[in-house]
Design a protein around this ligand. Structure first.
Ligand SMILES: [Zn+2]
Length: 145
């Protein structure tokens, strides 16, 4: 699609629809097993106990940088984000890990640190697709807000 800086996701499985619907409303929704708690990515069964008894919860949008990589070139020509940029594995406060980009920070290994607090930023790509990106959590007076 013209003007986009990354490939557009094409949600086709009904079990992911609450996730995509939530993002449009700036809510990060996680599938939640009644026995085991939240998980990610959305599936029709709990990945731990295989229960089909799933609900959805709204995540806080806060977490920590679990791991990252600084990409100095894009191997997929559909990615038009100017490198370097940060590929990030975020561990949400609710537990599940989510792959994303870390933005609003210099892509420098001396600046980006594992375990740093991060928060979600919603990036609208089209009327139907909004994606979750993450940025360093805001601080006021040394406290996270
Ligand atoms: Zn379970």
């Amino acid at each position: 699609m013209e003007g986009l800086n990354r490939p557009l996701p094409h949600p086709i499985t009904p079990e992911t629809q609450p996730y995509w619907d939530g993002l449009k409303k700036h809510k990060l929704m996680l599938p939640n097993c009644e026995a085991c708690g939240p998980f990610f990515y959305p599936r029709i069964l709990c990945p731990k106990c295989h229960s089909p008894n799933l609900t959805w919860i709204e995540a806080s949008g806060r977490g920590r940088l679990f791991s990252f990589e600084i990409a100095y070139q894009a191997f997929n020509p559909e990615f038009k984000i100017e490198p370097p940029y940060i590929l990030a594995m975020i561990e949400l406060d609710e537990g599940p890990r989510i792959m994303s980009n870390l933005i609003h920070i210099k892509p420098d290994p001396m600046v980006v640190k594992c375990d740093m607090p991060v928060e979600v930023v919603f990036e609208k790509l089209t009327e139907d697709i909004t994606i979750p990106l993450f940025q360093p959590a805001k601080r006021i007076g040394g406290r996270l807000v």
